[in-house]
Design a protein around this ligand. Structure first.
Ligand SMILES: CC(C)(COP(=O)(O)OP(=O)(O)OC[C@H]1O[C@@H](n2cnc3c(N)ncnc32)[C@H](O)[C@@H]1OP(=O)(O)O)[C@@H](O)C(=O)NCCC(=O)NCCS
Length: 133
């Protein structure tokens, strides 16, 4: 992966770098523009038959063109290839666009973590696959 560019995009989108180099168990993918610039990335981790999606982001200028779906579909496929049929993630309760984005890809709300984020916002837990779906 293009770690420096991924961190730069993460800084712009999330306000912090992803720092994926710190854990070799993480995997993911980048989407590159025509001149090699990072347009998006997805990062997660799998352990046995379960996976967790940590981050997905598309450069604001490239959104709503199908690239996020492309990256997410690729991540789901990569998880399956690693034997992980169930994927979990957390998302801010207020982030309705992203919750809808995940629902379109087959994720379902599976719970709430109260005051999960530093400033007190709840996290919605979502899950794709597994025994309930
Ligand atoms: C979430 C995100 C990755 C989506 O990427 P994207 O490239 O814009 O999404 P896509 O164009 O592939 O859209 C996929 C589907 O979601 C829908 N969607 C995406 N953004 C939308 C928006 N702002 N409003 C309405 N629908 C939207 C699309 O209409 C599309 O639906 P369809 O398949 O029925 O056409 C992008 O909005 C993003 O980077 N957000 C900020 C980072 C973030 O919050 N990440 C999640 C937490 S880690």
């Amino acid at each position: 992966m293009h770690l420096e560019e991924v961190d730069a995009l993460s800084n712009r989108v999330f306000g912090h770098p992803v720092g994926i180099a710190l854990d070799g168990a993480c995997f993911g993918n980048c989407l590159l523009g025509p001149t090699g610039e990072v347009w998006g990335f997805v990062i997660g981790q799998s352990l046995f038959d379960e996976a967790e999606l940590y981050y997905i982001a598309i450069d604001p200028k490239q959104r709503e063109k199908g690239y996020g779906k492309q990256l997410l579909d690729g991540f789901i496929k990569a998880c399956r290839q690693r034997g992980a049929a169930t994927i979990f993630l957390e998302v801010r309760e207020s982030n309705e666009v992203v919750i809808a984005f995940y629902e379109k890809a087959g994720f379902q709300k599976s719970g709430v973590r109260k005051h999960y984020y530093k400033e007190g916002e709840n996290a919605v837990l979502m899950r794709r696959g597994g025994t309930n779906t």
